[in-house]
Ligand binder design. Structure first.
Ligand code: 13P
Length: 362
């Protein structure tokens, strides 16, 4: 099969991920990253605990009202579920499918230091054998993929042109490769919040990064109608002395996107990037309120990891399924409303802890 055989299906999958009032649950933390989350609640990073936690997510009734798709880590895609009593159940992927939640898969294999770049810069690995892996994931039920490229803004010259071009090219090669296997690519050029730069700096860097990324996608013949963008919001650096309000973030984000993202892309699903749960909802809400008064051809939703799961993990604590699921549903409802521009601040419970982690790896 080739890309042409999949165009209709890719566009249908992307449209399913772009439904109004919905977004994605990013539950694709690598084994190392989920271990850090478990450590914070005093839980050992064992396969059984990972299985129990991801089963909790998959058995949350009503999650499909605001969650159109879920991004899984490879282990979870091939794992059977377990219920509260410790009994094995159907594959986790099937539980999501039964709710009408489209399963997706993280296909990048992490970042490596970028030789020739500025200190701290990285390139994203995972192209070798990608077509074969993507075919295997499709056969198991995955219908979309994710690849996270990471860029940073620093006083010593990051991002370098090398980093911008290398990461754009990697995203484009990945996107083309998985489309050939029937998977919708989530194109994720994350710009980290690390640093003290202001929002204007982020906006100009992000325009450059997105322009370069879409140029590379065009050169590789990526079918935009069957793709999704997952950017960071246009925020000031975490240490910027002038913090921005959600309304400013909304206005700058829309300006950046309208200057650089083709209208053929059906959905822009933001990452939370270290914003607190409530801030992630407020900013998404503001983005949609600005969009309602201007030009925005795309669905503007969410693809949150930390901002959907933080309270859930705390309330679950390794044993309390019902409390964990209630916390997950609360943040799903908040972000579902925010993706319509209809979230009333504070109307859903959240943990207001800062979720920012310096130089975050996924
Ligand atoms: P955060 O929402 O925690 O930033 O994670 C989303 C994600 O999938 C990053 O690749």
């Amino acid at each position: 099969m080739a890309l042409d055989d999949y165009r209709e299906e890719l566009a249908a999958t992307a449209a399913a991920l772009a439904q109004p009032g919905t977004g994605l649950l990013a539950a694709d933390e690598s084994t190392g990253t989920i271990g850090k989350r478990f450590a914070a609640i005093g839980l050992a990073n064992t396969e059984e605990h990972r299985r129990a936690y991801r089963s909790l997510l998959a058995t949350t009734e009503g999650l499909n009202e605001q969650i159109s798709g879920v991004i899984l880590f490879e282990e979870t895609l091939f794992q059977d579920s377990v219920d509260g009593a410790g009994e094995s159940g159907p594959p986790i992927v099937e539980l999501f499918q039964q709710q009408g939640i489209v399963p997706g898969i993280k296909v990048d294999q992490g970042v490596e230091p970028l030789a020739g770049g500025v200190e701290g810069e990285s390139w994203c690995t995972g192209l070798k054998g990608l077509a074969e892996r993507a075919a295997r994931y499709y056969a198991r039920g995955a219908r979309f993929a994710k690849w996270r490229a990471v860029l940073q803004i620093s006083a010593h010259g990051a991002p370098s042109e090398l980093a911008v071009r290398e990461n754009a090219w990697g995203l484009a090669r990945y996107a083309r490769t998985v489309q050939e296997q029937g998977l919708v690519p989530i194109v994720e050029p994350e710009i980290l919040m690390d640093g003290d730069h202001d929002i204007i700096t982020t906006a100009s860097v992000q325009e450059w990064v997105l322009r370069t990324t879409y140029e590379a996608l065009a050169l590789n013949g990526v079918f935009l109608e069957g793709s999704v963008l997952k950017p960071s919001m246009t925020c000031p650096g975490a240490d910027c002395p002038e913090p921005a309000s959600p309304e400013e973030i909304g206005a700058f984000t829309l300006r950046t996107l309208s200057r650089s993202v083709p209208a053929a892309v059906p959905a822009i699903l933001f990452l939370s990037g270290g914003l607190s749960e409530e801030d992630a909802s407020l900013c998404l809400n503001a983005i949609n309120q600005v969009a309602a008064h201007g030009y925005a051809p795309w669905h503007l939703g969410f693809s949150y990891g930390r901002a959907l799961q933080h309270s859930c993990l705390q309330h679950w604590g390794g044993s309390d399924l019902a409390a964990g699921q209630a916390a997950l549903l609360a943040r799903a409802r908040a972000n579902g409303a925010a993706s319509r521009g209809a979230y009333a601040p504070g109307s859903e419970p959240s943990d207001d802890a800062s979720l920012f982690v310096a130089n975050y790896s996924y």
